[in-house]
Ligand binder design. Structure first.
Ligand code: PEP
Ligand code: MG
Length: 596
């Protein structure tokens, strides 16, 4: 073993979000560095708004620093002056007034104006002789970073620059971070914050990188280069493991690999219950590069192509040609099976500095997904053109996220119609019978599902958001993660209602949230009559195995019992019993490791 910082064994337990065991060196990633790459001019009428945006970010930063100061433990109180210094910097005219003046005079964005002020201060500091005072420039930079982060226009050091095989340890990873992970190098990651369905977690599963999130303050206990064991199946993290523990985990690693390869064969069998009911099992993907893995795991198509990551990957909004090329390839590789391309779900925790989403006080309830697209029809139309043009290269379906009511469906379909007419005028071919469906992930959409069903070709239930919005539990907040309950009777009733409405309207209903990949949920979803499950490719063989062990008739009987339970924990208990008797040959540990 290479040299590494020695220390005492420490064990942590977080939220297991992506299975697999890794043993490797820690690499602490500081996500506080904010690089501002863009300067943009703002219109005359926007200038005052931009100044206000800057002032709000400044005020928020003051509040944050005051909070830190107030919560300082007694033994640290003597260092509180550092916080006072930071507050003073923000009051300094070279920092704040100068930035405001730059916005007013040069009509440029707040981030760039602040960057200029900091550069001016840095120039002044270079002339200072006293090394201690000279050093204080870091405080100016620290404060500036806080304000920049509040402004939202953040661009951070890329994880793609990491060139060693390491386990990433970070306070938080954004979707932008995870989308630039160097898969060959990064063995896994652990974070202080995050929940089971946070986007970083979902992406870790797609990339097959073991991950544990919601470890609260693990970053404060891990040293750069120290040895870690991360079990993404159980949520356990061990810092400074001794040799016995390492051997124990290496053995588990081997057992798991054996299990994985034995179950992989299942992926290519049809997902049919013992009494002949067929379910379509498809894959959720984020990148074109995952289509082959999806096929290898037995996906009968792509049930959810999350398209926002192309917008997050690059420094600017992708062009129609770039999008078209990407969608065309996905359609071609997966053909003759279908791909459901979901239009971009930007906003929430998916943020691009090149789209004018701005910093929103409550992003999950703000300008997100279809709301953003309807407000920015030009960007939306570009994506729709690309999807439609790709539709002649395979079997493509379109899906709209975050629909909350009929008006959005009508507005969306009108725009789709306009795009079709534009393509016709330009003589560009597309599939005229393309199916356009909607995601059911906002509780209001459940309530009016009967109305929506008349205006859409299919439903896809997005339980990740549905649970978040129905139970009022932030899907990325570790403090309330324990309340994020797929088995809450309210959620089960909502799914049942949507399926019943879809059946009555004669449209298909899919489910593409994380519940689709949770082995404990499978028999419920099958018994309810969900037509399609779409999940992370790696989970497909297991879910198919379970479907193939289920008798629809028996599952329907069990369902009645499930629906008589009144709390999430009562449902969970019962579900565990049912699943254990359903698939006795599945090692419980692996069942858990695969999502249960
Ligand atoms: C969902 O909300 O369940 C879903 C599949 O969409 P996303 O996770 O991309 O928000
Ligand atoms: Mg969603």
């Amino acid at each position: 073993m290479s040299e590494r910082p020695a220390g005492k064994l420490k064990k942590w337990k977080g939220i297991a979000v992506s299975p697999g065991i890794v043993i490797g060196k820690a690499r602490l990633v500081d996500r506080s560095r904010v690089k501002i790459l863009y300067q943009y001019l703002i219109g005359e009428h926007q200038v005052i708004k931009e100044v206000d945006r800057f002032k709000e970010a400044l005020e928020a930063a003051k509040q944050q620093i005051n909070d830190i100061k107030n919560k300082m433990p007694d033994q640290l109180k003597k260092h509180a002056f550092i916080m006072d210094t930071h507050l003073m910097i923000m009051e300094d005219s070279m920092f704040s007034t100068a930035s405001i003046n730059t916005i007013l005079q040069e009509k440029i964005n707040a981030e760039w104006a602040l960057k200029k002020s900091v550069q001016d201060i840095e120039t002044l500091f270079t002339q200072i002789e006293d090394p201690y005072i000279k050093e204080r420039i870091v405080d100016v930079q620290y404060v500036a970073e806080r304000v920049l982060r509040n402004l939202g226009g953040k661009e951070q050091e890329s994880l793609s620059e990491i060139n060693e095989r390491v386990i990433i340890v970070a306070h938080e990873l954004s979707p932008g971070d995870t989308s630039s992970i160097n898969i060959g190098k990064i063995m896994g990651f652990i974070t202080d914050v995050g929940g089971r369905t946070s986007h970083a977690a979902i992406m870790a599963q797609s990339l097959k990188i073991p991950a544990v999130v919601g470890l609260e303050n693990v970053t404060q206990h891990v040293q750069e280069g120290c040895l870690l064991i991360v079990d993404g199946g159980t949520g356990e993290v061990m810092i400074h493991p001794d040799d016995d523990l390492i051997i124990q985990y290496q053995e588990r690693q081997l057992r798991q690999e054996k299990f994985d390869s034995s179950i992989l064969r299942m992926g290519h069998l049809p997902a049919e219950t013992t009494d002949g009911h067929r379910i379509a099992v498809r894959a959720n993907i984020e990148f074109l590069e995952e289509v082959t893995a999806a096929k290898d795991h037995g996906a009968e198509g792509i049930g959810l192509y999350r398209t926002e990551f192309l917008y997050l990957r690059g420094p600017r909004v992708p062009t129609e040609e770039e999008l078209f090329e990407d969608y065309k390839q996905v359609a071609e590789i997966i053909a003759p099976n279908p791909v459901t391309i979901r239009t971009m779900d930007m906003g929430g925790d998916r943020f691009s500095s090149d789209l004018s989403l701005g910093k929103q006080p409550n992003p999950a309830l703000g300008l997100r997904a279809i709301r953003f697209c309807l407000r920015e029809p030009k960007i939306f139309k570009t994506q729709l053109r690309a999807i439609l043009r790709a539709s002649v290269f395979g079997k493509v379906q379109i899906m709209f996220p975050m629909i909350s009511g009929l008006q959005e469906v009508l507005d969306t379909r009108r725009i789709l119609q306009e795009v079709m007419e534009e393509l016709d005028r330009g003589g560009l071919p597309f599939d005229r019978n393309i199916k356009a469906g909607i995601m059911i992930e906002v509780p209001s959409a459940v309530a009016v599902a009967d109305i929506l069903a008349k205006h859409t070709d299919f439903f896809s239930i997005g339980t990740n958001d549905l649970i978040q919005y129905a139970l009022a539990i932030d899907r990325g907040n570790e403090h309330v993660a324990f309340m994020y309950q797929p088995f809450h009777p309210a959620i089960l009733r909502m799914i049942r209602q949507v399926v019943e409405v879809a059946k009555a309207a004669g449209i298909k209903v899919a489910l593409c949230g994380e519940m689709a990949g949770d082995p404990l949920c499978t028999f419920i979803l099958v018994a309810l009559g969900v037509n399609e499950l779409s999940l992370n490719p790696g989970g497909i063989p297991m879910i198919k195995k379970i479907i193939r062990s289920i008798s629809m008739e028996k599952a329907k009987g069990d369902l009645e019992e499930i629906f008589r339970q009144q709390t999430a924990s009562a449902v969970l208990e019962l579900v565990k019993q049912k699943v254990e008797s359903l698939i006795p040959d599945v090692d419980k540990q692996f069942l858990l490791a695969n999502g249960g």
